[in-house]
Design a protein around this ligand. Sequence first.
Ligand code: FMN
Length: 177
Amino acid sequence: MTLYEAIFERHSVRRYTDKPIEPEKAAVLQDKIDEITKKTGLNFSLCLNEPEAFMANKPNYGSFAGCRNYFVLAAEKGRDEDIGYYGEELVLLSQTLGLNTCWVALTFEKNKVPAKLKDGEKIYDVIALGYGQTQGVPHKSKPTEKLYRAKGDVPDWFKKGIEAAVLAPTAINQQRF
Ligand SMILES: Cc1cc2nc3c(=O)[nH]c(=O)nc-3n(C[C@H](O)[C@H](O)[C@H](O)COP(=O)(O)O)c2cc1C
């Protein structure tokens, strides 16, 4: 599966099985994190077998079960766009490895995350990771034609970009684009 194909397969998954992530897959993810860190200076890390951060269940929004693996996305202030871009690269790479994910900004215990932060850095989000009990379900989307105005024919590359954007995860599925 390519990263592009993974866009169509990915859905948020909040309930996980006990199946551990194989060391070979963890190594592929760690290599990507190392590459991102070197290129961008973002402080990403992979936490394996750490159940504490997802023990709290908040009603109404995002209740998790069995999540013991996650990415931590940290950086200094003002790096929101990079966090989104490179975090989603990890999400799609995980999907190509047969793993499921869910971005999480709110419904986890931040103080239980064993991340090493440098001065001035903060945790933006974590991304839950593991083998899902299901593959999740497609979210509701805005119709793509409501997202742009065009005079004349719209090129295929543009339509594909818009299609990929509406499939992307957004907080509370707000799709504020
Ligand atoms: C930045 C960001 C933060 C999110 N925070 C949470 C969260 O705190 N709890 C949760 O259960 N889901 C969270 N989500 C997942 C969204 O609810 C989910 O992506 C959206 O409903 C679309 O569904 P999909 O990911 O299955 O396509 C977050 C998503 C993003 C992109």
